[in-house]
Design a protein around this ligand. Structure first.
Ligand code: NAD
Length: 485
């Protein structure tokens, strides 16, 4: 059985004390590889490697950093099929999705920030005859990047790329639930000629290696993506240490669907299909997925029927089959959590109008964690199913009568990551966008991404922003230099 290795100082190495944990394939429910349960000793080795590499990397001309990162992006692109297959096996997502989304974006992330390295500039503030200020944007030093399991290499590279582009050295920890593509990525870093110690990858659980990483005094900033409870725990430890941190956390995202989004049959079909996609892509395991669908009452009956028909037609199957549209949930524990919300929905007075059941496939996927895409009707905003993040293929639908009413529902949870508004009325779309308490609002679209834009949430969905210049600024310290003439 394959043993994954850590990547420290440019080499693939076993954990110092030889401890490993199991890695499961969600589609089969079987252990298929083992991953290091790294600890503070492995961390110290990575910190030592970072210290050796730090100065040279920070002093490298930005063009040189950019060239190396471009080579890394090319290496990811060349390995895209291997990465897509590994992601489908490790995470349970359909291979077609892994290819189009995960492999593609991982290379795009690195390439985007390779370009950013050469375009990043700082400000000057002219004081006329008196003097001038200029701002140096300097790398922070050693930074920690921690990512979740839902978009494994996609989110891992989304953090590592700006950290490196802006001259930092990195210790990165992928999710212990989906470690495989980060392991392949280590090999690609070697192939691309990334200097030793510039990127170090430590595998293991949050308790064993995540927590020591955030608390190590030589690690000066933490970029974290994961659940809100973990984000709070991390903040409570590192805020008193006065470290810089960025937290991308959970969501409970609404979609606001107005009748005027469906003025023609073509628009109706398009909106139904996009809403199905926003609720159920990656088995609903994208932080940006909509899980609360609000539909204007006049449109509600027709839309509901079409939506149910559309999701009942999704092909559930082995993630490695090209035709599969709906794969496995990531783990048994996560399956149990998601399923418990379906049971809770019934206790809270909801009616399941689509799905709701475990799916038993035959052959190699007999023991896999497959759950039907599920839609629940008849729940109020204050029930737990509408308040808590489920992070699976389960959403609720509810009719509304007015703009004020739906705005109240949309803003009525502790989360504020992403909302979408579906309407042909530009004024309404703008009014809604300005009043929605979310970091991201999509109009008549979902997951349409431009990597230059600020990315992140408000309320319990996070602190800080990623993306474009926001990320380059996060990973640098601004130093003002004032010259008096
Ligand atoms: P999680 O919080 O359980 O784990 C995320 C990462 O943190 C993992 O690598 C884990 O090992 C590590 N970790 C756990 N405890 C830690 C600790 N005490 N100190 C340091 N590291 C620790 O989240 P998850 O279950 O892997 O991912 C799902 C969550 O991520 C959902 O809530 C989802 O909404 C969120 N998410 C948010 C975004 C975003 O951009 N806002 C994107 C993707 C996922």
């Amino acid at each position: 059985m394959e043993k994954i290795q850590n990547y420290i100082n440019g080499e693939l190495v076993a954990p110092i004390d030889g401890q490993y944990i199991d890695n499961y394939e969600p589609a089969t429910g079987k252990v298929y590889s083992r991953i290091p349960e790294s600890n503070h000793q492995d961390l110290q080795q990575a910190v030592n490697a970072c210290k050796q590499a730090q100065k040279e990397w920070a002093n490298l001309a930005s063009e040189q950093r950019s060239i190396l990162l471009m080579k890394l992006a090319d290496a990811i692109e060349n390995a895209s099929e291997e990465l897509a297959k590994a992601e489908a096996i490790d995470n349970g997502k359909p291979i077609a999705l892994a290819r189009a989304v995960d492999s593609y974006r991982s290379a795009a992330n690195i390439r985007f920030f390779a370009n950013a390295a050469t375009q990043f500039s700082s400000e000057a503030h002219d004081m006329g005859a008196v003097g001038v200020n200029y701002t140096l944007r300097q790398p922070i030093g050693i930074v920690g990047c921690i990512s979740p399991w839902n978009l494994p290499l996609y989110l891992f590279t989304w953090k590592i790329a700006p950290a490196l582009a802006s001259g930092n050295v990195v210790i990165a920890k992928p999710s212990e639930i989906t470690p495989m593509t980060a392991y392949i990525f280590s090999r690609l870093c070697i192939e691309a000629g990334i200097p030793k110690g510039v990127i170090n990858i430590l595998h293991g659980s949050g308790q064993s290696i995540g927590s020591p990483l955030v608390e190590h005094p030589d690690v000066k900033a933490i970029s974290f993506t994961g659940g809100s409870a973990t984000g709070r725990a991390i903040a409570s430890k590192i805020a008193p240490m006065l470290k810089k941190y960025s937290l991308e956390l959970g969501g409970k995202n609404p979609a606001l669907i107005f009748e005027d989004s469906c003025n023609t049959e073509q628009d109706f079909d398009k909106t139904v299909s996009e809403v199905a996609r926003l609720a159920f892509s990656n088995q609903g395991q994208i932080c940006l997925c909509g899980s609360r669908l609000y539909i204007e009452r006049k449109l509600y009956p027709r839309f509901k029927v079409a939506l149910v028909k559309s999701i009942n037609a999704l092909k559930i199957g082995d993630p490695l089959n090209e035709e599969t549209q709906h794969g496995a949930l990531v783990s048994q524990a996560h399956f149990n959590k998601v399923y418990s919300y379906i049971e809770l929905a019934e206790q809270e007075g909801g009616t399941i109008i689509a799905g709701g059941n475990k799916v038993k496939l035959s052959g190699r996927c007999e023991q896999g964690y497959f759950l039907q895409p599920t839609i629940i009707e008849g729940l109020t905003i204050d029930c737990r199913v509408n308040q808590e993040e489920i992070f699976g293929p389960v959403c609720t639908i509810q009719p509304f009568d007015s703009d004020e009413e739906v705005l109240g529902y949309a803003n009525g949870t502790e989360y504020g990551l992403a909302a979408s508004v579906w309407s042909s009325n530009v004024s309404r779309c703008h009014q809604m966008s300005s009043q929605l308490e979310f970091g991201i609002v999509w109009i008549n679209s979902w997951l349409l991404r431009d990597l230059r834009t600020p990315f992140g949430g408000v309320k319990s969905s996070g602190v800080g922003r990623e993306g474009g210049l926001e990320a380059m600024r996060f990973f640098t310290e601004a130093k003002n230099v004032c010259i008096k003439y």
